[in-house]
Design a protein around this ligand. Structure first.
Ligand SMILES: Cc1cc2nc3c(=O)[nH]c(=O)nc-3n(C[C@H](O)[C@H](O)[C@H](O)COP(=O)(O)O)c2cc1C
Length: 166
């Protein structure tokens, strides 16, 4: 697990190989098993694999190239009617999204968390016929990674992050 956490990278380029339905299901399962406050499980998922629909989603973000190249998009929504505490609900959504990113990596796929598209949350909701009380939290773009597609961003030293130990 520690190795998976350490080696996961955002993947933004993909080869054309199709991702099997069973793989997508495993990724969704990983999201489903995330922790949530009072176990309220406020996440809702839209799986987008249709080429034309992906094109339309691509128009909603400056990351159109990534959206086009990805085999599958998972739009992750917070069902605000299932929420009970704004901060905790959003934390649960983060756990859910990270679970899926780790599953993607563990399955030998690549994926990236797209947040910039949140500016077009209303448009995406309309495109997917999602109810008004679904609030877009992220779109995960995933597929088989293209070779050499992965950047290696640095992390801050632990010493600069831990401000208290006793
Ligand atoms: C909340 C959030 C929003 C993000 N939005 C985008 C995005 O819109 N486009 C993108 O290419 N990457 C996005 N990322 C990915 C980050 O750029 C990436 O995680 C960071 O640079 C560290 O790289 P790593 O994931 O390879 O470790 C987002 C990540 C998070 C957690």
């Amino acid at each position: 697990m520690l190795d998976l956490i350490r080696t996961r990278r955002s993947v933004r380029s993909f080869v054309g190989t199709e991702v099997g339905d069973e793989m997508v299901e495993k990724v969704l399962e990983a999201g489903r098993w995330a922790p949530s406050g009072m176990n309220n499980q406020p996440w809702r998922f839209a799986v987008i694999r249709d080429r034309d629909l992906k094109d339309r989603v691509g128009r909603l973000t400056r990351y159109r190239r990534i959206v086009h190249a990805a085999d599958t998009l998972i739009a992750v929504f917070l069902d605000t009617t299932a929420g009970y505490h704004r901060t905790k609900d959003i934390q649960a959504m983060g756990a859910c999204i990270q679970n899926m990113l780790l599953a993607i990596h563990g399955l030998g796929l690549g994926g990236v968390w797209l947040g910039e598209i949140l500016k077009s949350g209303g448009e995406l909701r309309a495109l997917l016929d999602a109810p008004d009380h679904y609030e877009l939290m992220a779109v995960i773009a995933l597929g088989y990674p293209a070779e050499k597609s992965v950047q290696q961003p640095e992390r801050k030293d632990l010493a600069s992050l831990v401000f208290f130990r006793k």
